[in-house]
Ligand binder design. Structure first.
Ligand code: PLP
Length: 473
């Protein structure tokens, strides 16, 4: 057992382990029907986290090479060897595509979110109790009578919805024509379209050093280099020079994900000036822009004079419902035309049903009163979570006290292995969002969210977390 996965390879560790186990089966070292060593022993021998071995073993069970035998351990399946000889190696195909897989921790989070017993302390999704159910019931009841078509839509999305969004954007200080708005299937699709339509392999994406976990892999998969800009207490620190690199700056200036930071007025102007000076286009992610408690945040970059370099992305996911999959991109008409053309090639338009619902949502003027109710509820939840942190985690950590958004960025000031904490917390039915999923070399942060769990479960989760931290220290 002196083999170890090679950390320098780009192939993820769990996949190297999977291949290694398959080799052991094919060369007969691990015979059919035999019990393999425990996952704990394998993890120790290969010097990886147990969760990495678990991921590899789970996939091998799913592929039919191994069989879980409950408490008696894991065995090599009876037909594993034959299978290896006769069945196409789908693994080769599964790893052939250009799109990167999620790192195992993110895959684990995605899987575990389905377990209703898990207390989700980091989730970026609104609780179902915050969903505007009554308004939606009305819309659904009346929609059938009012809608004139359920066919494919226009390339840029339902024009009636784009008109509603144009009017709403005016409230945020963004004045554009409907022709410069593209409806997308959630903000995520905007990143995909931009990475495919506006960026060349070898270019650079500058971003805040810890950033939204799904944006960066999309660009990396398109061959784009990542350069993280440091965050200080005032938000992203702008470098003096970018050495003439071509690409984009991706920023979440308001209630940043995951840090909750808000970029102050002066830095916003500096970023715009920097973008003009270096001819660096900006992708402004406004997902949390409207979720302030009291004082509105500084104007978005796109709402300022001389903001022609900015592509603005908005979404209904954080304010109304992520399930609608309705977002929008706003920018120069030629860019929007290009992205709309790509979108037609990709999915021939976002769900027309969702677009009608969103059009009704704005048209009936539900959005702004709903935001007022939501802000008050989020603020109350935030204060509750801050109090819990004061009560249970004060000896070990510090945190920010955000004025909007969904998240608190917690920093341990005692030395603790966050990888280990993540795995331990799972055994206690607590699902965490460790800082390293937003920035690989982050070793001491957790993203906590106050938008999802009800107060009782939030408290139970924080108590369990504090107990684990105490034990680990
Ligand atoms: C900063 C940021 N941008 C975009 C998204 C994705 O939004 P959507 O659901 O509209 O794809 C999220 C979701 O967590 C986010 O945090």
């Amino acid at each position: 057992m002196n083999w170890k996965p090679d950390r320098k390879k780009s192939t993820p560790l769990y996949r190297q382990i999977k291949q290694h186990i398959q080799e052991k089966i094919s060369n007969g070292e691990w015979a059919e029907g035999s019990t393999i060593p425990t996952q704990r022993d394998l993890a120790a021998s290969w010097q990886v986290n147990r969760s990495t071995v678990v991921t590899a073993v789970e996939e091998l069970i799913a592929d039919g090479y191994l069989e879980g035998d409950g408490r008696r351990g894991t065995k090599v399946a009876q037909n594993a060897w034959n299978k290896q000889k006769s069945v196409l190696d789908w693994q080769q195909y599964s790893s052939a595509g250009v799109w990167e897989p999620n790192i195992p921790t993110i895959q684990k989070i995605n899987q575990m979110e389905a377990d209703s017993n898990m207390i989700r302390l980091g989730t970026g999704e609104m609780a179902s109790t915050l969903f505007p159910k009554e308004q939606f019931q009305k819309i659904f009841q009346e929609l059938g009578e009012n809608v004139s078509t359920f066919g494919y839509g226009e390339p840029k999305g339902l024009s009636l919805l784009r008109e509603e969004i144009r009017l709403y954007l005016q409230e945020l200080g963004i004045n554009v024509s409907t022709d410069s708005i593209l409806i997308v299937s959630g903000a995520l699709q905007a990143f995909q379209l931009i990475s495919q339509g506006l960026v060349q392999s070898g270019w650079t994406l500058f971003s805040e050093k810890s950033s939204y976990l799904y944006t960066l892999p999309i660009f990396r998969s398109a061959g784009v280099h990542m350069v993280g800009w440091e965050l200080d207490e005032l938000g992203v620190r702008i470098p003096n020079d970018i050495s003439k690199r071509r690409g984009f700056l991706y920023t979440i200036p308001t209630y940043q994900n995951p840090t909750g930071a808000i970029l102050p007025e002066q830095r916003r102007e500096e970023i715009l000036a920097f973008s003009r000076l270096h001819q660096l286009p900006i992708i402004e992610d406004g997902a949390y822009q409207e979720l302030y408690w009291e004082t509105p945040p500084p104007l978005s970059l796109k709402a300022r004079p001389n903001s022609g370099n900015v592509l603005y992305i908005g979404t209904l996911s954080k304010t109304v419902s992520p399930g609608l999959r309705i977002g929008w991109v706003v920018g120069a008409k030629t860019v929007i035309d290009r992205l709309a053309d790509l979108k037609m090639q990709t999915d021939y338009g976002s769900s027309i049903l969702s677009q009608w619902v969103a059009k009704e949502w704005f048209g009936r003027k539900y959005h702004i009163p709903h935001l007022q109710v939501l802000r008050a509820k989020l603020r109350e939840r935030k204060e509750f979570l801050i109090q819990l942190l004061e009560n249970y985690l004060k000896p070990y950590a510090t945190w920010n006290n955000p004025s909007g958004g969904y998240y608190i960025w917690l920093r341990f000031h005692t030395k603790i292995s966050i990888h280990h904490l993540f795995s331990k917390a799972l055994t206690q039915k607590v699902l965490l969002h460790p800082g390293y999923i937003y920035q690989p070399d982050d070793r001491n942060h957790l993203r906590l969210s106050f938008c999802y769990e009800p107060k009782g479960r939030m408290e139970e989760g924080i108590k369990r977390l504090a107990k684990l931290v105490e034990e680990m220290i």
